[in-house]
Design a protein. Structure first.
Length: 146
């Protein structure tokens, strides 16, 4: 096209940087795919990561949980996330930062498969409890099994 300038040309004016408010507005308007992509960036602003931790879908929140640059406030929020996988990723990140390991009663590190097997056993017990109606973790359950 005559007169059209290519974005690769050096004389093309660069777009001005976005303010934090503009970034948050874009995040509010765009879909989860963008939120997940931004949550993976270790150079993302803390406010962006906190916004995604609050407003993102489960995959985006998992990405924030894994991100070592996530602010403490986002980590605290994700510690009570309704999705097990989000909380697990956060725990894994914190464990790696602390150089910690999940071990059995003989101090042998548990593999991911062992943790998954234990999780399955706990889920089966919780289902059985609900048949009686005993809510796992409730005061009634603690009285019965203490």
């Amino acid at each position: 096209m005559a007169g059209a300038r290519s974005p690769e040309r050096p004389d093309e004016a660069a777009a001005p940087p976005l303010s934090r408010e503009e970034v948050l507005r874009i995040l509010e308007q765009r879909g989860d795919e963008l939120r997940e992509e931004l949550a993976r960036h270790q150079d993302a602003e803390p406010e962006v990561l906190l916004f995604v931790a609050k407003e993102g879908n489960a995959a985006a929140r998992r990405a924030v949980a894994v991100n070592p640059a996530s602010p403490a406030v986002a980590n605290r929020l994700l510690a009570t996330d309704p999705e097990d996988e989000v909380r697990q990723e956060l725990a894994r990140k914190i464990g790696m930062e602390l150089r910690a390991a999940v071990v059995d009663d003989h101090r042998v590190a548990l593999s991911e498969n062992a943790v998954a097997m234990i999780r399955g056993q706990v889920a089966a017990i919780e289902s059985k409890m609900l048949e009686y109606p005993i809510v796992p973790g409730s005061a009634q359950a603690r009285r019965l099994f203490s």
